[in-house]
Design a binder for this molecule. Structure first.
Ligand code: FAD
Length: 386
């Protein structure tokens, strides 16, 4: 379809990036319907890390593609990116071969500064950190973090300049099929006719799929983060450190610089290990159990940080697909509904490429932004079985 009318349900990072990509490719009728306000969901609760230090070729390719978009927003449109670097730790010798392969792939894809660090180099970089149990690290010096609200605000601004309509307080209540094809999307504040609907409703994706008469297997997982106050500012900017190996089945500590004298920390996993959370009814503040576990893990990983204390904590949802892989493409049973989401704890960093792939499916009927984009198609076998 060359210039379809498109309604996007959800004004988070993924929905707004999709809208901008469509508008940049000349689609003139794009409406984002958001229940509350842009970034009201997970995108406004994120820690905002953007990086390419992954180990599978698909994970790496997605993130390298996405980084070029963040670089453009930073260069041309003033997106503030704190380039504090990103370090993924390895605790087993055999992980280092995967890290070396990641570096090779990243270099091939145009990320020249990705590198593997040995224990001594990591110890010099973060002298306060325990490294005797660390075998090495995968390090991206130009990785960084952004603010989810500012990022979504910029996507709104750039989209609106190209004619995208972003409507807050437009919760979609019902979607009806039009007799001649297409959809009528119904909110309390108006109805919208469109050829294509994008389900970019984050943790609400399964519910919105129900309104659309389709399915989206999703397991929203509650995750928390907390601000760590240091007794004294460190004389350097702490990189984001991820003490978790993707697809390991474990939960790992991560932390990053926030400002001098402050870090942000959380516990990360890419698997759905818990019962799915209800996006309309989950505890928003950090639990005592979480705070205790983070405090223990920080004391153990950063013994050089004396007298640090935990301050404000919060919770949000990772919208995780049952197989841990994001979903972009036509919904089961309906080619005019495009799913874009399920990116778990990586939805901010993946939003540009998910938006690009969603636009590909709408305009070309296939994913073009990356070589292996079909692996994200919602009709894949792993999801049918979920
Ligand atoms: C504590 C925490 C830390 C994180 N840290 C990172 C990180 O460092 N890096 C990273 O890349 N990712 C991180 N994430 C994950 C990231 O926040 C999410 O993957 C991402 O924000 C998902 O974006 P989205 O647009 O799919 O969903 P959302 O941002 O949730 O947007 C969906 C929107 O849909 C709207 N909506 C729902 N139902 C309807 C309806 N019926 N009608 C209209 N609108 C509707 C909601 O109001 C919401 O605004 C973190 C998440 C958490 C909770």
């Amino acid at each position: 379809m060359s210039n379809p009318s498109v309604c996007i349900i959800g004004g988070g990072a993924v929905g707004l990036a999709t809208a901008l990509h469509l508008a940049r490719r000349g689609v003139t009728d794009v409406t984002v319907l958001e229940a509350e306000h842009p970034a009201a969901g997970s995108s406004g609760l994120s820690v905002g890390i953007i990086e390419t230090q992954y180990v599978t070729p698909l994970d790496i390719e997605l993130r390298v593609r996405t980084m070029s978009f963040f670089n453009e927003l930073e260069r041309e449109h003033g997106l503030h990116v704190t380039r504090n670097g990103y370090l993924r730790l390895a605790h087993r010798e055999q992980e280092l071969a995967g890290f070396a392969e990641s570096v090779r792939i990243q270099h091939e894809l145009g990320v020249p500064d990705a590198t593997v660090l040995d224990r001594a180099a990591i110890g010099r970089m973060i002298p306060e950190m325990r490294v005797d149990d660390v075998d090495g690290g995968l390090y991206g010096p130009s990785d960084g973090f952004i603010d989810g609200h500012l990022y979504c605000g910029l996507l709104v601004e750039l989209g609106e300049a190209l004619g995208v309509k972003v409507l807050g307080r437009h919760a979609v209540r019902e979607v009806a099929d039009e007799p001649g094809g297409g959809h009528r999307v119904i909110t309390a504040r108006g109805e919208f006719a469109c050829d294509v609907v994008v389900n970019a409703a984050g943790a609400w994706g399964a519910r919105v799929a129900g309104l659309l008469g389709t399915e989206m297997p999703l397991m929203p997982q509650r995750h928390e983060a907390v601000v760590v106050h240091l007794a004294a500012p460190l004389p350097y900017v702490v990189p984001s450190v991820m003490d978790y190996t993707p697809h390991s089945g474990e939960t790992g500590l991560y932390f990053r610089h926030e400002r001098p004298g402050q870090l942000i920390a959380g516990l990360h996993t890419e698997e759905a290990n818990e019962e799915p959370a209800d996006p309309n009814d989950y505890a928003r503040s950090a639990s005592p159990d979480f705070l205790e576990e983070v405090a223990e893990k920080i004391t153990s990983r950063l013994p050089g940080l004396r007298e640090s204390s935990l301050a404000h904590g919060w919770a949000g949802l990772y919208p995780i697909s049952p197989d841990g892989v994001p979903q972009v493409g036509p919904a089961p049973g309906d080619d005019s509904v495009i799913v874009a989401g399920g990116a778990g704890g990586s939805g901010i960093q993946l939003s540009p490429v998910l938006g690009e792939l969603a636009a590909d499916w709408i305009l070309h009927g296939e994913p073009r932004a990356i070589g292996d984009g079909a692996r994200l198609a919602p009709r894949r076998e792993a999801l049918a079985a979920a």
